[in-house]
Design a protein around this ligand. Structure first.
Ligand SMILES: NC(=O)c1ccc[n+]([C@@H]2O[C@H](COP(=O)([O-])OP(=O)(O)OC[C@H]3O[C@@H](n4cnc5c(N)ncnc54)[C@H](O)[C@@H]3O)[C@@H](O)[C@H]2O)c1
Length: 254
C-alpha cells in the first residue's frame, strides 16, 4: 500500500468491472478511499471486497450514470461517507448495438449517448461543486481511441466518445484557475467483459485482426489504463489539463 493519496477520496463509475475495477484497485493501492459507483450491485460489492482484501478502504453506491438524480445521490453519499471528493474517474460506458449509421435504432443511439456522454456531464455537474469546496481536484473522463478516430458500425459510441473529449476540454478551461484539472483517457482495445460481450475475443481470427490494429501487437490490460488514470490524478501531472491522452499501443499513431 502506498500513501500518495492518503486522506484523498476517489469516485469511480463503472467500477464493478474491467477498467473501472482495475482503477478502483489502483486508487486504493495508492492510499485513497474509493467510492465504487455502478448499477451492477453484486459485482460492485465484489470490487469493494477486493479492495478490502488488499487493506484498502472502499464503499459501494448504486448509481446509474444515465439518471441525473441517481448521480446526484451517489455524489452526496460519497460526501456523507467519506467527507470530501478529490478525484473522479467517470468511466461507466456501454458499447451499444453494432451496425452502420442508417441501420442504428434510435433507442440504441439514445441509450449510448445518455450513458457515455450525458452520464459524464451529470457526473461532472455534481462532482465539480464538491471539488471547489476543497479548492481543487482532478477529474478523468473515459473516452476512447474512438474519441479521436472513427470505427465503422459504432456511430453512437464514436460520437459519444468524441463528445467526451470536447466536454473535457471545455470543463478544463472553465475550472483550471480554480484548481480542478480535467483530462480524458483514450484506451485502445482492452481485454474486459465489454469486449467479451461484444464477441470480439471469441473468434481467433477476429481477435488477431483487432490485435493487428495495435502496432504493439496485442490488446491492452485494464491495469495499463488504471496507471494512466492514477497518474492524471497525482501531483506528477500537476501541469496537465484539458488533454485527451491515448493508451493504445500505438493504434492512433498509424
Ligand atoms: N474495453 C475496451 O476496449 C475499451 C476501449 C476504449 C474505451 N473503453 C471505455 O472504458 C470504459 C470501461 O469499459 P470496460 O471495457 O471496462 O467495460 P466493462 O463492461 O467491463 O465495464 C463497464 C462498467 O460500467 C458499468 N455501467 C454501464 N452502464 C452503466 C450505467 N448506466 N451506470 C453505472 N454503471 C454503468 C457496468 O456495470 C460495468 O461495471 C467505458 O467507458 C468504455 O467505453 C473501453
Amino acid at each position: 500500500m502506498e500513501n500518495q493519496f492518503s486522506n484523498k477520496v476517489a469516485f469511480i463509475t463503472g467500477a464493478a468491472s474491467g477498467i473501472g475495477r482495475a482503477s478502483a484497485l489502483a486508487f486504493a493501492q495508492s492510499g485513497a478511499s474509493v467510492m465504487v459507483a455502478d448499477y451492477n450491485e453484486q459485482e460492485g460489492k465484489e470490487t469493494v471486497q477486493l479492495i478490502q482484501q488488499i487493506g484498502g478502504k472502499a464503499e459501494f453506491v448504486l448509481c446509474d450514470v444515465g439518471n441525473e438524480a441517481s448521480v446526484s445521490a451517489a455524489v452526496s453519499a460519497t460526501i456523507k461517507i467519506f467527507g470530501r471528493l478529490d478525484f473522479a474517474f467517470n468511466n461507466a460506458g456501454i458499447s451499444g448495438d453494432s451496425g452502420n449509421t442508417a441501420d442504428q435504432s434510435s433507442e440504441s443511439w439514445n441509450r449510448v449517448i445518455q450513458v457515455n456522454l450525458t452520464g459524464v456531464f451529470y457526473c461532472m455537474k455534481y462532482q465539480i461543486p464538491e471539488m471547489l469546496k476543497n479548492k481543487g481536484g482532478s477529474i478523468v473522463n473515459c473516452s476512447s481511441i474512438l474519441g479521436s478516430v472513427a470505427f465503422a458500425g459504432a456511430s453512437a459510441y464514436v460520437a459519444a466518445k468524441h463528445g467526451v473529449v470536447g466536454l473535457t476540454k471545455t470543463a478544463a478551461i472553465e475550472y483550471a484557475s480554480q484548481g480542478i484539472r480535467v483530462n480524458s483517457v483514450g484506451p485502445g482495445f482492452v481485454v474486459t467483459p465489454m469486449l467479451e460481450k461484444a464477441g470480439l475475443l471469441e473468434d481467433p481470427g477476429t481477435k488477431a485482426f483487432i490485435e493487428s490494429l495495435h502496432p504493439i501487437g496485442r490488446l491492452g490490460q485494464p491495469e495499463e489504463i488504471a496507471g494512466l488514470v492514477v497518474y492524471l490524478c497525482s501531483e506528477k501531472s500537476s501541469f496537465v489539463t484539458g488533454q485527451h491522452i491515448h493508451a493504445d499501443g500505438g493504434y492512433t499513431a498509424r
